[in-house]
Design a protein around this ligand. Sequence first.
Ligand code: FES
Ligand code: FES
Length: 157
Amino acid sequence: MTIGFTLNGEARAITCPPETPLVTLLRDNMAMTATKEACSIGRCGACLVLIDGKTANACLTMAFQLEGATVITTEGLDADPLAATIRKALAAENAFQCGYCAPGFVMALVALLKENPSPSEDDIRKGLEGNICRCTGYHSIIRGALSAARMVQETLK
Ligand code: FES
Ligand code: FES
């Protein structure tokens, strides 16, 4: 089938089997490899994207579900000042080791901070519940997320 959707602000049409996972479409058919695939069963958050403004696991989203949707991937966050702040804060805390999980964490934090620019640590921990990191003990990621939230609050003053 041919599916039409908006990807990072551009209208796209792609022909593929309807049950093709979005993560496969992005990585194998559209050369957009910033979205990572790890568990492939919706447990780790490595493949997070925004669909119509909400986080979604690209490994569980099938092509037929995309008709008319607006999809933002990690590449699409490059011009987003909120994502830039989050990336800067995470880097300052050396939040990641291998970095494979990083795009998913940034995507989750973008969604969280857009909805709630003043989250508590509990809110942040809840917002990141769907993301798994296989390298760190999470402390550095949480520190980076709290720092990002503080930086966002500064910009709102
Ligand atoms: S690869 Fe999609 S949730 Fe893990
Ligand atoms: S830094 Fe390696 S999986 Fe998170």
